[in-house]
Design a binder for this molecule. Structure first.
Ligand SMILES: NC(=O)c1ccc[n+]([C@@H]2O[C@H](COP(=O)([O-])OP(=O)(O)OC[C@H]3O[C@@H](n4cnc5c(N)ncnc54)[C@H](OP(=O)(O)O)[C@@H]3O)[C@@H](O)[C@H]2O)c1
Length: 455
């Protein structure tokens, strides 16, 4: 019997951010593990011309829900969308819906947030806020971390007698096991960088190769969140507990190892229409990084855009690189340092779980086998994010071989040009050149003569 799963049965749960990456995984797991949950209210806003209802219909059709669809075909009846916009007064929820939420909801999971690191702060004149933002955020590296800290402080101050807990995940990656290994649905953080490396677009990433890459699988974070909900409601800890949901303390894995596993996976299972052969060099050396950015990012992007222009197409590579560089610069703050997070509350909670719950809501990251996880993560980016068919791998490998031959040919032409320029200026280089050409000629003549004799 699972105490965590049983706790959510017959309860009404409110989830914000349910249309997002983590929110969807949370809703799916809740429906699958607690099929008798009374209702899951989700706050949704209309977006990109899509009405709330259409967005929810689209969401429940997505592949992530395939497992729950099989186990519980009418699962969508439990999902109750409520129109809301979190930045508006009273969350822009109409009075009837507010009344229903107030009378029905037992547990709230607040997952909504903008995950842009540089989202402009919004609460007074735009120009003024832009001016004072650096002073306001002080030592915080960006508005994202600053506003997270503000929200945590506000919760401490205003929670009254409500039982509240905070789960702080590090970098959330594709799922480890559930609902499928490698499930991922957005290009944020490491996923976008993995794809860019797999496509051969990025060749250099600035980071500390020995620093811990604190990635946590999304299903681990969601299992911890659900277990935290149960523990907070049933055991009612006296103070508000903060659960750092990280891997670095218990099962460290560094960026250098990550580079190796990502590149080797994409070489064995290439992405379609790669730009170049996957190869990314991680370095903490600023000059080296700048050099490779100019040589292997900006120059090829410029030439490719020139080719697109000349063939009457719209240039796109320079724009893509500038977006990638911007997001890598934000990410650099986290990848060039090693972070130490206490896992005490995570371990404490693990010890509170029954053996059945430890399995059903597993967040024991000591069992995570990194090379296998990274392989599934990269395959997940191919299958779920880029919607590529695994049957296309032989053709993608053939494309990589073609790229390799082009690269060899270009390198050879480049070397010959350099060498010709060099021998035009040096007598000694000329002598070496003629000696080598002569030797090759003799070698070829010898083989031709010996093969004629054999016949
Ligand atoms: N992913 C990570 O690596 C990571 C790491 C640590 C912490 N977190 C935190 O985990 C939470 C979920 O992250 P995620 O990766 O799932 O992000 P996500 O995919 O970008 O989803 C964000 C969700 O928040 C909703 N949202 C944002 N602004 C809203 C607004 N003004 N009104 C209503 N809904 C709004 C979005 O709705 P729309 O679909 O309408 O945009 C979406 O459902 C966030 O609090 C994030 O800061 C994430």
């Amino acid at each position: 019997m699972s105490s965590v799963a049983t706790y959510y049965n017959e309860k009404s749960v409110l989830v914000t951010g349910a249309t997002g990456f983590m929110g969807k995984v949370l809703v799916e797991k809740l429906l699958r593990s607690s099929p008798d949950v009374k209702a899951i209210y989700i706050l949704v806003r209309p977006k990109a011309g899509q009405l709330m209802q259409n967005r929810v219909e689209h969401m429940v059709k997505c592949k992530l829900f395939d497992r729950v669809r099989e186990e519980c075909p009418n699962f969508h009846e439990k999902i109750k969308p409520i129109s809301a916009e979190l930045t508006h007064p009273n969350l822009a929820i109409n009075p009837e819906d507010t009344a229903e939420l107030l009378s029905e909801v037992n547990i709230v999971f607040h997952c909504a947030a903008t995950v842009r690191f540089d989202e402009p702060l919004k609460w007074m004149d735009e120009f003024l806020i832009e001016e004072i933002t650096p002073k306001l955020i002080g030592d915080w590296p960006n508005t994202y971390t600053f506003t997270k800290a503000l929200a945590e402080y506000l919760l401490q101050q205003e929670k009254g007698n409500i039982n509240v807990a905070i789960v702080r995940p590090s970098i959330v990656g594709a799922s480890w096991h559930e609902p499928f290994p490698g499930w991922i649905d957005n290009f944020n953080g490491t996923s976008g960088i993995f794809i860019a490396a797999g496509k051969g677009i990025i060749r250099t990433v600035k980071c500390n190769v020995e620093a811990v890459a604190d990635i946590v699988p999304v299903d681990v974070a969601i299992n911890l969140i659900l277990a935290t909900g149960w523990y907070t409601a049933v055991h009612r800890p006296k103070s508000m507990l903060i659960y750092n949901c990280t891997t670095g303390g218990m099962n460290p894995f560094c960026w250098g190892e990550m580079e190796h596993h990502v590149i080797s996976t994409y070489k064995r299972n290439p992405l379609e229409k790669a730009f170049r052969i996957p190869k990314a060099n991680m370095t903490s050396n600023y000059l080296m990084h700048q050099y490779w950015t100019a040589v292997s990012h900006k120059a090829p992007a410029f030439l490719y855009d020139l080719y697109l222009r000349l063939t009457g197409r719209k240039p796109r590579m320079m724009k893509l690189f500038s977006r990638l560089h911007k997001s890598m610069t934000f990410f650099e703050y986290f990848t060039s340092r090693t972070w130490e997070w206490s896992s005490d509350n995570m371990n404490m909670l693990m010890n509170q779980l029954s053996p059945k719950d430890k399995k059903l809501f597993c967040f024991d990251v000591r069992q995570l086998h990194w090379s296998e996880y990274i392989e599934n993560y990269c395959l997940g980016t191919k299958k779920y994010l880029l919607n590529e068919d695994m049957a296309g791998i032989p053709a993608a490998k053939q494309h990589l071989r073609k790229l390799r031959n082009i690269q060899y040919a270009l390198n050879t032409i480049f070397l010959v040009i350099i060498w010709r320029i060099f021998i035009a200026r040096s007598q000694m280089a000329q002598n070496i050149w003629y000696f080598v050409v002569n030797l090759c000629y003799k070698f070829l003549s010898y083989f031709r003569a010996s093969s004629t004799l054999r016949h």
